[in-house]
Ligand binder design. Structure first.
Ligand code: IMP
Length: 195
């Protein structure tokens, strides 16, 4: 089948690589750089769904392309689901993953409940129509950083059913079980029903 040309509305290199690995068979993916867009899209929404839609609409309105956008973050039960949509800028702007993790571990110091989950909403704009696909993965926050793979909070997140953090796992395994993997599976299943 001919691949569908689509723009990935993200400047996060790690996310781009992850999504390319999951979507490459179905889509011919263009990054924002490929289409000549160097803008930093302001995420002024208060939910993953809103921010994901804001990013997708931005590219679609300016360039008229099919788009995939993801907005994601970490929700920690003992912190009332913070940092949530503010995960990237938890310790301030610009994004500093190391500082975000340090702040998280400090806030959880002495707290026994380490339950957390990554959530994402992926917006697809295809042939001028919008679709939203959610994904999540539950797990626990470790006491210390472990592993060098991945990005963001990966060194402190152990998914349920595993002992290793996302940062200790091969990328291929994370990409089978992550929140983005769940959402992409739903997206690809939906596309199959459209054929
Ligand atoms: P966004 O790019 O505005 O959606 O922000 C996502 C933020 O959530 C990232 O900067 C990370 O802090 C966090 N995050 C989302 N997905 C992951 C993941 O797969 N691993 C680790 N951190 C993630």
């Amino acid at each position: 089948m001919e691949k569908i040309e689509i723009c990935l509305a993200s400047n996060n290199t790690h996310k781009i690589v992850e999504l390319q690995q999951m979507l490459g068979d179905t889509f011919l993916i263009k990054t924002m750089k490929d289409i000549g867009c160097e803008d930093d899209i302001e995420e002024y929404g208060t939910t993953f769904e809103q921010n994901s839609r804001i990013k997708a609409d931005y590219i679609h309105n300016l360039y008229g392309l099919n788009v995939i956008a993801d907005d994601s973050g970490l929700e920690v039960e003992a912190l009332g689901n913070r940092p949530g949509v503010y995960s990237a800028r938890y310790a301030g702007e610009p994004t500093n993953h190391q500082a975000n993790i340090e702040k998280l571990l400090l806030e959880l110091d002495g707290i026994e409940n380490r339950k957390a989950r990554f959530r994402t909403v992926i917006t697809l704009i295809l042939d001028n129509k919008n679709y939203a696909f959610e994904g999540e993965v539950s797990g626990k926050i470790t006491m210390e950083l472990r592993g060098d793979e991945g990005f963001g909070y990966d060194p402190v997140f152990v998914p349920d059913g595993f002992e290793k953090t996302f940062a200790e796992m091969p990328a291929a395994l994370k990409n089978q079980i992550s929140h983005r993997a769940n959402a992409i599976t739903r997206l690809l299943e939906y596309l199959k029903t459209k054929k």
